[in-house]
Design a protein around this ligand. Structure first.
Ligand code: FNR
Length: 367
């Protein structure tokens, strides 16, 4: 017996349902992290090291959650981040997320490795703003075609994934694929090796591990879309990104699926912002974080520390897999309701009031 949708009261509830109802291989692909999954767990628990210093007696009758991301007005400061293989969880694939994002006026980042075609997703979005996540192909002609097609279709941001020169070892994913082969394991010949690598590795062999800072000028030359680096993990690289002329970064460890023992995005944000402020560089790029965002308080903490917005991945995949569009719709609405209440409780009526003074970060390592 599956709980009815109305019994999901927060984003973790969708995960619990998804774990029970999803196909084993799909659950393994979505939920897994690299190696011992230390970073995967840290991503959410890092938020638990930040406490609030709320203000009182501010007028919080009307709360405005809206903000802008890369110039686009959105209703709440999160976006649906890129996650590959949407059809593993729902036969309709990523367009289910697109419809949810459109309903709530949030942006979706379309993955290079979507199950639906790029055009199907753009068509489903209609005039709702979309971004593109890019895995850079060894064949740069293909990459150029993907980027310029996205721009021609009206895509408003290019996020180059820089934390995955090789796909991480997600052992849960690898094992589930292996057991899928089951008793036929002896008869699959060469295919056996590939399948034992799990869904992730089977689809990623085109990614160029020679990608380097030297390639950035070329990207800037082939598109007018703002370019952001997704997967930056230290302040030195944020500075280098600014110097290279990109428009933003996502402080992210790929949802704990790449380097285990990478720090959480929120931890890195606390390291980055003071350095940028010291140089008066905090307005030179937009900084986003993702990884482990499950509560509106997580979003608020990230904005207090200087993020322009946050990306959310797995919760919407789980909502989509368990309940389809109504699930995605409810997950987004829950976040809006949580955020409105928590903004009131910390004494802020709009997101431009969020600032570092509202959080106590002394328990963070990079404090
Ligand atoms: C991802 N992520 C990802 N990132 C990327 O740049 N390209 C991709 O193809 C994918 N694919 C992908 C699949 C799945 C199933 C997951 C869970 C994640 C990483 C994603 O964009 C983001 O960094 C994390 O998902 C954020 O963490 P949470 O919100 O899932 O905890």
């Amino acid at each position: 017996r599956m709980p009815i949708l109305e019994q999901c009261y927060n984003l973790m509830d969708f995960e619990a349902v998804a774990r029970r109802v999803m196909k084993k291989t799909a659950w393994a692909y979505y939920s897994s992290g690299a190696d011992d999954e230390i970073t995967l767990r840290e991503n959410h628990s890092a938020f638990h090291k930040i406490w609030f210093r709320p203000r009182i007696l501010e007028n919080v009758e009307h709360i405005d959650l809206s903000t802008t991301m890369l110039g686009t007005k959105v209703d709440i400061p999160f976006y649906v981040t890129a996650t590959a293989l949407g059809k593993l969880g729902n036969p309709e694939g990523e367009v289910v997320l697109t419809r949810g994002a459109k309903k709530h006026n949030v942006i979706q980042m379309i993955p290079t490795l979507a199950s639906c075609s790029f055009d199907e997703i753009m068509d489903a979005a209609d005039d709702q703003v979309q971004w593109l996540q890019l895995y850079v192909n060894k064949n740069r002609d293909i990459t150029k075609r993907i980027v310029q097609h996205a721009e021609a279709r009206g895509c408003k941001g290019l996020f180059i994934t820089v934390d995955a020169p090789q796909l991480g070892r997600r052992e849960k994913d690898m094992r589930s694929k292996f057991s899928d082969v089951g008793s036929n394991v002896q008869n699959t010949g060469g295919d056996n090796v590939d399948r034992s690598q799990g869904a992730a590795r089977a689809i990623s062999s085109f990614i160029d591990p020679s990608l380097s800072w030297k390639d950035i000028p070329w990207f800037l030359s082939i598109t007018k879309m703002p370019i952001l680096l997704k997967g930056v993990q230290r302040v030195e690289d944020v500075i280098r990104a600014i110097e290279a002329g990109v428009h933003g970064v996502v402080l992210s460890n790929h949802g704990g699926r790449q380097l285990d023992f990478a720090r959480s995005g929120i931890e890195v944000l606390a390291e980055v912002m003071p350095v940028l402020r010291e140089r008066n560089w905090e307005n030179r790029i937009e900084i986003y974080i993702d990884g482990g965002v499950r509560r509106a308080t997580d979003i608020i903490k990230a904005l207090c520390l200087g993020a322009k917005g946050v990306g959310i991945g797995r919760p919407f995949l789980y909502a989509m897999s368990a309940y389809g569009l109504p699930g995605v719709d409810r997950a987004m609405q829950l976040l809006k309701d949580e955020m409105e209440m928590n903004m009131r409780l910390i004494g802020c009526s709009s997101v431009d009031q969020l600032n570092p003074g509202l959080v106590d970060t002394r328990a963070l390592a990079s404090h």
